[in-house]
Design a protein around this ligand. Sequence first.
Ligand SMILES: NC(=O)C1=CN([C@@H]2O[C@H](COP(=O)(O)OP(=O)(O)OC[C@H]3O[C@@H](n4cnc5c(N)ncnc54)[C@H](OP(=O)(O)O)[C@@H]3O)[C@@H](O)[C@H]2O)C=CC1
Ligand SMILES: CC(=O)N[C@@H](CCC(=O)OP(=O)(O)O)C(=O)O
Length: 344
Amino acid sequence: MRKKKIGIIGATGYTGSELVRILLNHPEVDIAAITSESRKGDQFAEVHPFFRGLIDQQLVSIKDIESMDLDVVFLALPHGVSMDFVKDHADKPYPVIDLSGDFRLDSPETYEAWYNKGHIYQKGFEDAVYGIPELFKEEIKDKKLIANPGCYPTSAILGLAPLVEGGMIESQVIVDSKSGITGAGVKAKAATHFPNVNDNFKAYSVKNHRHTIEIEGTLNKLSSDELKVQFTPHLLPVDRGIVSTIYSKPKTGVNTSKISEVYKDFYKDEPFIRLTDQPPAIKEVRGTNYCDIYCTYDERTDNFITISAIDNLVKGAAGQAVQNMNLLFGWDETAGLRQVPMNP
Ligand SMILES: NC(=O)C1=CN([C@@H]2O[C@H](COP(=O)(O)OP(=O)(O)OC[C@H]3O[C@@H](n4cnc5c(N)ncnc54)[C@H](OP(=O)(O)O)[C@@H]3O)[C@@H](O)[C@H]2O)C=CC1
Ligand SMILES: CC(=O)N[C@@H](CCC(=O)OP(=O)(O)O)C(=O)O
């Protein structure tokens, strides 16, 4: 059968090149177009020299894909930019998998409140599905617009989903997350300048990070009670990886000794969830689509403590996008995603 023709939009950035890294080894696809507005005409491997000898492809402009007969398009563009593409290409036959936050929330009003930015395409919210395959597999299968989740939300939501869906916890949840610096994108900025991150560690966007509402809104879709999420991200001096440590209180009467069975049962058919018997490490998932999850109960404080680890560029972005594509086309969910973690 003919391989599906893929377009990757915005491939001078980190998630764009990560998509290429994964899709080069995907058995069902050919990378037909890789775009860049700033480097069009250059070879992709000139922009990302670690691809030398592996791919012979010239970067094209977005307008050049109009004449191509693509089967699916990945948007690795900043938020606020993706929405223009989605609106302008709404009549195209191909599905779009958007890695940005432009269509993850429930309405333009919520978006505007948390992103401090206007939204130009209300219909996209009606068309989109939130692409977290472990929770919304059936809904993803026949959608034309997939809003690929944020990296922090992926780690927090997957960590909490079994407790939330089981109605096991009280309404206040604390998510304390640490991310590698590639989460901030390829552009140089003061916050990610080497002396500011090397040998250093700090929280940022306390109380108002836009992922708070993405986590809270998604968990509330699984919950019969109204949950509130306190989310604090931290910048970790590593390239890639996220660890989230999550605190929640069991409801009165919940059988806390059954916690591992609850997680095992919830994720029993999920190839990318690995339940661990000790806190997971970012190097144990590096370069892979795994989300490793550890959960325990502390009798002294009456808290559940859940710790999850992902690679922000893979399960937190490009890998999850490929997993979504696999579902869209009815392929094995793990196609192209069977990497072994790179450790050390
Ligand atoms: N990095 C991560 O860990 C994660 C990122 N995401 C999301 O995925 C999307 C891509 O992220 P990431 O790859 O890190 O981003 P980068 O900043 O590394 O790359 C973004 C790319 O978009 C292109 N682009 C097009 N228009 C613009 C514009 N107006 N301003 C800036 N860049 C533009 C750029 O390529 P060119 O100018 O050459 O066309 C650039 O290569 C973002 O929405 C991000 O929030 C989601 C989860 C995790
Ligand atoms: C370390 C770091 O800076 N991380 C980014 C989140 C990356 C991501 O997933 O962002 P989107 O929701 O925009 O896709 C941040 O905190 O803004």
